[in-house]
Design a protein around this ligand. Structure first.
Ligand SMILES: Nc1ncnc2c1ncn2[C@@H]1O[C@H](COP(=O)(O)OP(=O)(O)OP(=O)(O)O)[C@@H](O)[C@H]1O
Ligand SMILES: [Mg+2]
Length: 291
């Protein structure tokens, strides 16, 4: 374990060639993440605020871990610290890539994850350029991923010429292009219409099944969490900590319809909803008429 207040983003990325299917890197295991007693305090003009305090979380290589929790409980804060974009105030964090090397990561946010001044293809190959990957290989990998997310026809257009769902697909392709050991996704489908969301959930599941990456995914949707996750981490109200770990038992490869019609779906949904409802009551103790 290392002191998480001193963690830096890792940037070493290896070129894994010879994809087995279009846009797909050879199957392998992802990163391991281990955090203990993680605490982040923010200071503002009104004083200090503990966004998270005492977060303990271990994510296994190749695990699809989904975090749910009340608004403001520190989900984004936790992801940013794990991504190396922010520092913990105190606590411990350890991350390992496959073969013990430092892991690489990529983060997809809700919206704002693409550069508006670059074309779709340039966006997808941007991270590879930073890593010094040659022009031809960059182009090949970008093209394979654009095919994978169904955007080949739009390679030369700019993000403002796309729909929101298409922009989010560019963001996912961009994150996957650098072949991260750890994919961090912060409500990536939150602003999308239901049909696009379902399609992207399915596509993400297929990509995850093919690549074996470790995924840490934040959502407000219990339904989405249950469809995607191996394990759902329920966080308490701010200051956030891990309140419960719920194993999701549905078989892989998963189909969205099979999961929803599984007799175990409703009881697990209720269990998570009860946990969240208790926390929401902590966050909103005032009856509406008194607000
Ligand atoms: N840079 C910052 N400076 C001060 N306070 C911050 C900062 N970033 C986050 N916070 C506070 O930390 C707490 C947790 O914020 P965070 O964005 O991590 O929550 P969240 O769980 O992602 O919420 P949501 O579900 O609404 O996205 C909030 O109270 C927020 O106001
Ligand atoms: Mg957030």
């Amino acid at each position: 374990m290392i002191d998480a207040s001193a963690v830096r983003p890792t940037s070493s990325v290896q070129d894994r060639s010879a994809p087995t299917r279009p846009g797909i890197v050879p199957a392998r295991r992802g990163a391991t993440v281990d955090v203990a007693g993680l605490h982040r305090r923010y200071w503002t003009a009104d004083g200090s605020l503990d966004a998270i305090n005492g977060v303990d979380l271990t994510i296994s290589p190749g695990e699809f871990c989904v975090i749910v929790g009340p608004s403001g409980c520190g989900k984004t804060t936790l992801l940013r610290i794990i991504a190396g974009l922010d520092r913990a105030t105190s606590g411990l964090m350890e991350q390992h890539g496959p073969d013990g090397r430092p892991p690489t990561n990529a983060m997809v946010f809700q919206g704002h994850s693409v550069f508006p001044w670059l074309t779709v293809r340039q966006n997808v190959s941007y991270g590879l350029k930073l890593q010094g990957v040659g022009r031809r290989e960059r182009g090949n990998r970008a093209d394979r991923l654009l095919e994978r997310v169904g955007l080949t026809r739009f390679a030369r257009v700019y993000p403002h010429q796309l729909s929101e769902g298409m922009r989010q697909r560019v963001a996912i392709a961009r994150a996957l292009a650098v072949d991260p050991d750890l994919l961090l996704m912060d409500e990536p489908f939150g602003a999308l219409d239901e049909q696009t969301r379902l399609r992207l959930q399915e596509e993400l599941l297929r990509i995850w099944e093919d690549t074996g990456k470790t995924v840490l995914f934040v959502t407000h949707s219990i339904d989405e969490a249950m469809v995607l996750a191996d394990r759902i981490v329920v966080m308490s109200a701010q200051p956030g900590r891990v309140k419960a770990n719920i194993a999701v038992p549905f078989a892989r490869p998963r189909s969205l319809t099979a999961v929803r019609s599984d007799p175990r779906f409703a009881p697990i949904f209720s269990q998570i909803w009860d946990l969240l409802r208790n926390e929401e009551e902590i966050v909103s103790p005032l009856p509406l008429e008194r607000v």
